[in-house]
Design a protein around this ligand. Structure first.
Ligand SMILES: Cc1cc2nc3c(=O)[nH]c(=O)nc-3n(C[C@H](O)[C@H](O)[C@H](O)COP(=O)(O)OP(=O)(O)OC[C@H]3O[C@@H](n4cnc5c(N)ncnc54)[C@H](O)[C@@H]3O)c2cc1C
Length: 260
């Protein structure tokens, strides 16, 4: 199995995230950056498939120079090699441009059987890139997978959404996106961390990947953030002290808010 995993470096959810004043894109420098947790699960699923079937796992990331740290984490978990699309001109790319650019990079990997992504990145949160990528590559898409089974030629997925669970099947090659229920990702071992330092990471510029600069970046994006404001601070809540009429007071409060 030749598996590609899409991994994204995102601001740590424990850091304060903010947008830049100049162009309203994410201020990546102001926050600690980590490999998105959902992508750790995507890497884990790829490693489980590789352990069962044999094969190779390539991680692909699009992001600034420091995304190398996220790539190394995926390699230290056990992925074999990585491709990093890194170019100043990518700044501000929207989901469509991101999907098209990632498709070009996936196209540089020979005979891909399976692409695994997270269902939604914790920063952009469009939850759209995997489906868009499948469309651009002309591959079946099996999104929101909470369980994946493959015999090397077909793939079966339990797809879970608010509407219920659907069993989906496709022949490979295909694109799968996984939810947080898929597995528990392994911790990189010391041996894995040391080995990751020697694993190959190919850094591609736009030109290397065959992407024209006019296809990416904020200036060419189909959508962009035009205005933003910080969330207002949380108001203090109303405290109800129960001196016999607590239940009535709560119902009155809820009725006042038109919640009951
Ligand atoms: C403040 C802010 C405003 C934004 N405004 C817009 C906007 O107006 N329009 C718009 O289209 N987008 C917008 N985005 C999205 C931004 O451009 C995204 O980072 C990018 O388009 C990818 O979308 P996503 O992160 O929502 O991916 P999702 O679709 O949520 O990610 C799903 C999965 O796709 C893969 N993936 C996604 N991005 C990458 C990557 N760079 N490298 C490797 N794998 C990846 C990962 O496996 C990920 O788990 C905004 C983001 C932010 C933070």
């Amino acid at each position: 199995m030749n598996i590609v995993v899409l991994v994204k470096q995102v601001p740590d959810t424990w850091s304060e995230r903010k947008l830049t004043d100049s162009d309203h894109t994410l201020d990546r420098e102001s926050a600690d950056a980590v490999l998105d947790e959902i992508n750790e699960r995507a890497v884990e699923e790829a490693l489980l498939i590789k352990e069962a079937q044999g094969g190779e796992v390539t991680v692909v990331a699009m992001g600034p120079e420091r995304a190398t740290d996220a790539i190394r984490k995926a390699l230290s978990m056990g992925a074999d090699k990585a491709i990093h699309l890194s170019d100043e001109a990518l700044h501000g790319s929207d989901a469509v441009q991101t999907a098209r650019a990632l498709a070009k990079v996936v196209g540089t990997v020979e005979s891909v059987d399976l692409v695994i992504a997270g269902n939604e990145a914790t920063d952009g949160r469009t939850g759209a890139v995997p489906a868009m990528l499948a469309e651009v590559l002309g591959l079946p898409q099996l999104t929101y997978a909470r369980k994946v089974e493959t015999d090397g030629s077909t793939i079966k997925v339990e797809r879970e959404t608010d509407a219920g669970i659907v069993h989906v099947e496709a022949s490979l090659p295909a694109v799968v996106s996984v939810t947080e229920k898929i597995n528990e990702p392994r911790y990189p071992s010391f041996k894995g961390i040391m080995a990751a330092k020697k694993k190959p990471v190919t850094v591609l510029s736009l030109a290397d990947a065959g992407i024209d600069a006019s296809e990416v970046g904020l200036a060419n994006a189909g959508s962009k953030v035009v205005e933003s404001a910080p969330k207002p601070p949380k108001q203090a809540g109303q405290r109800v002290t129960d001196e016999g009429s607590g239940g009535v007071q709560i119902v009155e409060f809820l009725a006042g808010q038109k919640l009951v």
